[in-house]
Design a protein around this ligand. Structure first.
Ligand code: AMP
Ligand code: MG
Length: 442
């Protein structure tokens, strides 16, 4: 169960503010139950529990350089003129388990990441030696990488080292029992790297919600197919699926469903099994073919297990008609968005994205908002409605400019926008230079 189920008594003539509707929707959404996921499947998800460090990192003292593991006293007097001459007793590569013991007057050739052999106290980088060649450091470096077998000969060390120089100590990254990651951390690449380094193959997170997107309209044709008279391409199912993914969801796009209440209802019931959220577009106004409304508005507690969907008028533009409810045996949230592409998009950003992120347990539920000065006048804006204009935001100048007018069919302008400019309910125009609220679309 992801949602509280009690229904707000529908007051048919009530016009909901954007804030009221959002509060009602989010008030019924609970984060998804955590599950154990393989690390890469948990990318972008939120940790439910703090992760303690099971064992020290690094797990053993090891070399941070290619060079020679030595005892400090043996090279204390080393210099260019009077190098310390040490007997090379072995070769330690990364992954070596069988380590030579380094006694007085001895050294072991060692590679980056290889365990520090017993007896050794520091690593002399190969550049500070002759690499066992009897020549200078340049030859030393060539020889170091060329000879797989470094033991048996001698090495001349040209500089002294301090204790533990070029040694990465066991536990210097994290110690056993320390906190690796805090509860609530979102797993990005570095966090996944840490979990992998700690040897954890799976992690408990809140999963990505599965969002099923369905568009409605008998006029809709899938992209890639030709248009007949009066037909248009179904852009909403693509837009909303992409937006759901962008918000962090696993999104399933069901193509367009014809304007037929039975078909739509059957299609929705089919999808319930794989949905944490259902999103539809179109069919929510008051026209003759407003099929979503027809199919879902009289649900009640019906014998098919569907529960309720309210259809509301919001004091916003675009996006006035909205449907919201909890359907099916799991009371899956359903958001029925208006069909005009810009209306659908704005509605998604304002309502569906926060639902997805709440389900994921994320803190950053909403798009960031800033104040900016408007560089172009908006001569008229509907009174009593919060208007969301597609806009271009200039962060450096702190300004915003509306793009392409308020028509909710204008998808080209939407494709150029990186922000929504908000014109408040009580404003009927915006003057040049006036400060407005801006929703950054990222
Ligand atoms: P509706 O809300 O179903 O009346 O749709 C409002 C407007 O949006 C109509 O012009 C529809 O043709 C258009 N529309 C609805 N669904 C889509 C869609 N999936 N893709 C593009 N336009 C759509
Ligand atoms: Mg329609």
């Amino acid at each position: 169960m992801t949602s509280t189920t009690d229904r707000t008594p529908p007051a048919t003539d009530h016009v909901w503010s954007v804030a009221e509707h959002l509060e009602d929707v989010l008030g019924r959404i609970r984060p998804l139950e955590p599950i154990e996921l393989p690390l890469l499947d948990a990318q972008g998800c939120v940790l439910v529990d703090a992760v303690p460090v099971p064992a020290a990192l690094p797990p053993f003292d090891n070399s941070s350089m290619d060079g020679y593991a030595v005892r400090v006293a043996d090279v204390a007097a080393a210099g260019q003129e009077y190098p310390a001459v040490l007997t090379v007793v072995g070769d330690v590569a990364a992954g070596s388990a069988d380590l030579p013991v380094v006694g007085p007057g001895q050294a072991a050739r060692i590679m980056t990441g290889a365990p520090l052999p017993p007896g050794a106290e520091a690593v002399v980088p190969v550049e500070w030696t002759d690499g066992g060649t009897g020549q200078g450091p340049a030859d030393a470096m060539r020889a170091h990488s060329a000879h797989p077998e470094g033991s048996g000969g001698e090495v001349r060390v040209l500089r002294p080292v301090t204790e533990r120089l070029h040694v990465r100590a066991r536990g210097s990254d994290v110690r056993a029992g320390e906190l690796a990651l805090e509860a609530g951390t979102r797993l990005g690449p570095p966090q996944i790297a840490l979990l992998a380094a700690l040897g954890l193959g799976t992690v408990r997170v809140r999963p990505r919600p599965r969002v099923v997107v369905m568009s409605t309209g008998s006029e809709l044709v899938q992209p890639g197919e030709g248009l007949g008279p009066g037909q248009i391409h179904d852009s909403n199912s693509y837009q909303l699926t992409a937006a759901a993914r962008d918000a962090g969801a696993i999104a399933y796009r069901v193509g367009a469903v014809a304007d037929d209440a039975h078909t739509l209802r059957a299609a929705l019931e089919d999808q319930l099994v794989r949905a944490d959220v259902l999103v539809t577009s179109g069919g929510v106004s008051v026209g003759a073919y407003d099929v979503v409304k027809e199919a879902l508005s009289d649900l009640g507690e019906d014998d098919e297990g569907l529960s309720w969907v309210d259809f509301r008028r919001l004091a916003m533009q675009p996006g006035k008609p909205q449907g919201f409810g909890l359907v099916g045996p799991d009371r899956t949230p359903l958001l029925a968005l208006p069909g005009n592409p810009v209306s659908a998009y704005v509605s998604f950003e304002l309502f569906v994205r926060p639902v997805i992120r709440t389900l994921m347990g994320r803190e950053d539920v909403h798009r960031p908002r800033v104040a900016a000065r408007c560089t172009e006048a908006v001569p008229s804006s509907p009174a009593g409605k919060r208007q969301f204009l597609r806009a271009s935001y200039d962060a450096e100048a702190g300004t915003v400019a509306p793009l392409g007018g308020s028509g909710s069919h204008l998808v080209a302008a939407l494709a150029r926008a990186d922000a929504l400019m908000v014109v408040a309910e009580d404003a009927t125009q915006v003057a040049v230079g006036e400060e407005v609220e801006v929703v950054l679309l990222g």
